[in-house]
Design a protein around this ligand. Structure first.
Ligand code: IPE
Ligand code: IPE
Ligand code: MG
Length: 246
């Protein structure tokens, strides 16, 4: 774990995660179809990835599609999957040039074969990049992630490969999609909603939460910097009485 007062220095948080919300409302306010908001949302993703890299953030996680978003109308899902294909085809070379490693977390079984192939290719191509890691949460739901981890622990215990006594926080963390990714320091949600919506529930145990009114398509580098400034004003205690007394 990092020092409790680390976030009061001027260094960028190591891991920033964003719940990108408000595409639909952005479109509605302009009398446009929801897809138009999602398209603008892709531009905001491009800007934000670039801004995060410039600010020296080590890991940027973006919540792109939740396991609950499968409940949306078929047409909207198909538009979103189309945009995902477009992003994976058009942006990966640029991510690679910029030294960014791409990782996808979520229930890959529900994604189509061609999208899974694009993801495999992108992850393979960018595997050794070290400038920044971009984690895309896709068909992601935190409760299901924890259930899958619990099931794996149970299977290993039942098979005699794991003693129940050895099941601790690290053992569970190691079986989440995020096993090799540090916990988020800062979670930002756009669009004025103040909830977590089943995102990184375990990993967010000590994250600072920043809620901003900006709708995702309007999110800029300035909004990211403002959220990081807010993060620097917070005092992280990790359960201790003051930041310095751990
Ligand atoms: C976020 O925008 C994108 C996804 C969840 C895929 P929304 O589509 O949730 O937009 P609002 O919340 O309806 O404005
Ligand atoms: C959360 O946004 C999921 C993503 C940003 C991908 P939603 O718009 O789906 O969340 P709720 O339904 O408002 O909680
Ligand atoms: Mg929403």
């Amino acid at each position: 774990m990092r020092d409790a007062d680390d976030n009061r220095s001027n260094t960028a948080p190591a891991h920033v995660a964003i719940i990108m919300d408000g595409n639909g409302r952005w479109a509605k306010a302009r009398g446009l179809p929801r897809t138009a908001g999602h398209k603008k949302g892709v531009d905001a993703v491009r800007r934000t990835v670039e801004a995060a890299r410039e600010l020296g953030i080590g890991t940027l996680t973006i919540f792109s599609f939740s396991s609950e978003n499968w409940r949306r109308p078929e047409e909207e899902i198909s538009d979103l999957m189309g945009l995902l294909r477009f992003y994976l085809r058009s942006e990966v070379a640029e991510l690679h040039r910029a030294g960014i490693r791409l990782r996808v977390i979520g229930d890959r079984n529900r994604l189509s074969d061609d999208i899974n192939r694009l993801i495999d290719n992108a992850e393979g191509l960018t595997r050794d990049n070290r400038v920044m890691t971009l984690v895309v949460a896709l068909s992601y739901g935190s409760r299901l992630e924890i259930v899958h981890a619990a099931r794996r622990l149970a299977e290993e215990a039942a098979a005699g490969r794991l003693s129940p006594d050895a099941i601790d926080e690290d053992a569970l963390s190691a079986r989440l999609y995020t096993a090799d990714i540090p916990d988020p320091d800062l979670i930002i949600r756009t669009s004025g909603e103040k909830r977590i919506s089943n995102f990184l529930l375990w990993q967010a145990a000590y994250a600072e939460l920043v809620f901003v009114d900006t709708l995702w398509p309007d999110f800029t580098k300035r909004d990211l910097e403002a959220a990081i400034e807010e993060f620097h004003r917070r005092e992280r205690r990790f359960g201790a009485t003051t930041a310095g007394s751990r």
